[in-house]
Design a protein around this ligand. Structure first.
Ligand SMILES: [Zn+2]
Ligand SMILES: [Zn+2]
Length: 192
């Protein structure tokens, strides 16, 4: 099924390899109702998100290409367990991540304007599924990863993890805020 690799092994050396995962769809190109399945894993451990490398485990990609009444539809999912660091409290945590993607495949574009991102042109009857999966996964990453939606984060003054309980400085208040409050009070009195 794959012209280049029968199996794709997870690269543990953390070097940047951009392997193409070329899937030949020639055998279903002219047979409506036919489908092809694909599955492989890809290494995105060298891809940085917000200063971290959370894709520590292989991303498993699974999907199908279906010939639906002569139109080739590729759909798949890219899944992994992220080794994330909470954006608020800096605690490491694991997060299941699944991104799905879908494209139409065509040998030629009948109309240039019809193009768009959804249609992927076949090269010699092949499509680079790895590139499609990688792009979908990277675009699907959240800009902020939180250990939980209601994570309280760290105290800006003492750095204590507020999820484990309140720290001492809350009651004392920020001295800079007190000065600001006083200034505001004065300006309010002046305008009265
Ligand atoms: Zn957190
Ligand atoms: Zn504090």
């Amino acid at each position: 099924m794959f012209d280049i690799f029968r199996e794709f092994h997870y690269n543990t050396t953390r070097t940047i390899v951009r392997c193409a995962m070329l899937l030949s769809v020639r055998e279903i190109l002219n047979i409506p109702g036919k489908k092809l399945e694909f599955q492989f894993s890809m290494d995105l451990s060298c891809v940085e998100f917000g200063g971290y490398y959370p894709v520590a485990e292989p991303v498993v990609v699974k999907g199908t290409v279906r010939n639906m009444a002569g139109v080739l539809v590729l759909s798949g999912t890219a899944e992994t367990t992220l080794h994330a660091v909470c954006d608020r409290c800096a605690k490491p945590f694991l997060l299941e991540k699944s991104v799905s993607f879908e494209h139409l495949l065509a040998e030629t574009l009948e109309n240039e304007e019809d193009g768009g991102d959804e249609i992927v042109l076949l090269q010699n009857g092949q499509v680079d599924v790895e590139e499609l999966a990688r792009t979908a996964f990277v675009l699907g990453m959240d800009t902020k990863l939180l250990c939980s939606d209601d994570c309280k984060g760290l105290c800006p003054s003492c750095g204590a993890d507020l999820n484990t309980g309140p720290c001492g400085c809350k009651r004392a208040g920020d001295p800079r805020m007190a000065v600001l409050a006083k200034l505001l009070q004065h300006s309010e009195q002046e305008t009265e």
